[in-house]
Design a protein around this ligand. Sequence first.
Ligand code: NAD
Length: 365
Amino acid sequence: MATFKFSVLPGDYIGPEVMEVALDVLKTACGKEGHKLDYTVCAVGGAGIDKFGKALPDQTVETCRNSDAILFGSVGGPKWEHLPSNEQPERAALLPLRKIFKLFANIRPGLLYPQLADASPLKTERIPNGIDIVCIRELTGGIYFGEKKTFTNPDGETAASDTMSYKVSEIERIAEVAAKTAMARGKKVCSIDKANVLETSVLWRKTVSEYFRKNFPEIELSHLYVDNAAMQLARDPNQFDVFFTENMFGDILSDEMAVICGSLGMLCSASLGIGKNSIGLKFGLYEPAGGTAPDIAGKGIANPCAQILSSALMLRYSFGEDALASRIEKAVRDTVCSGIRTADIAFGMKAVSTKEMGEAIKSRL
Ligand code: NAD
């Protein structure tokens, strides 16, 4: 019996709707094992701006610091789009959270059940068994965090530059996450870079090769250039098992993977920190891959599965409860595959509401 201490940041539009259902499922799953949830709900994003004048209020950060994990909804939407870009909910809440908690590894499962193959833009004959891969993206280094400047050249023309740099230690720690993920799956990793052009990629490839040779010789390691990887992902996603890459390449490839896997309502993610939490495991932020879906907010029809699956990842990575996480994942799969669907994945079937979906998942736990 354990107590799981985490912060809940529901955010905006559908964020609170899917969060309510995810917490309900989490309570049921944990309650069955005698575990307790100790969580505090905090304002973030537009909700933070409305309540405290800031997308990431100080009291929210403080609560997160006293937690072992963050369960995050999603932030932003038309209500706050008039604000200057550096005050926009996503930029002013999510990016600082990643920085404060040094969330260096973003793990995004690319999972499409065969029963949902129609949701993918790929021809179903290309993915007869659905899709089951994992994308791991380095999240705190590279060009997004390097020196940026806009300047005037001697000839008077305006120019701008962004700097990409990586240290060996940054490459090794993301390689470790990829290796450990692969050890629990097919022991197959593809590292993606642009070593034919970029100096950072030359170092990346050398460091990754040495790291795997020394620490995980049992893993089958391959390398791909990012342009080829983008094509291979669209051609035959299941040729990958676990792939990992630097920040900007991962930003693009993870979105390509998301679209290939169909509805955003089904895709979850984990962003893991550098340090250990109070129970000696990884601190992490867990969130759906999609945004706040303002077009369907308030109608009670959003798909809660991505949020529920994010909470399962939290149990696995920040609380060490792999079996419990798998039980929730199985309940989601059984529910969807038995034909109980929210509108985004209904494809002509009768659609259920957000809450009905949650009840159906709970009943299968
Ligand atoms: P979005 O992901 O919110 O929506 C894209 C489409 O997917 C919409 O048609 C939406 O209805 C659908 N969708 C997304 N999640 C769904 C769910 N759970 N169930 C059913 N359908 C779902 O992307 P957008 O419309 O480009 O962005 C809306 C807002 O969300 C913007 O303000 C954007 O900045 C923000 N956003 C936030 C995050 C985040 O907080 N991490 C991520 C992406 C976008």
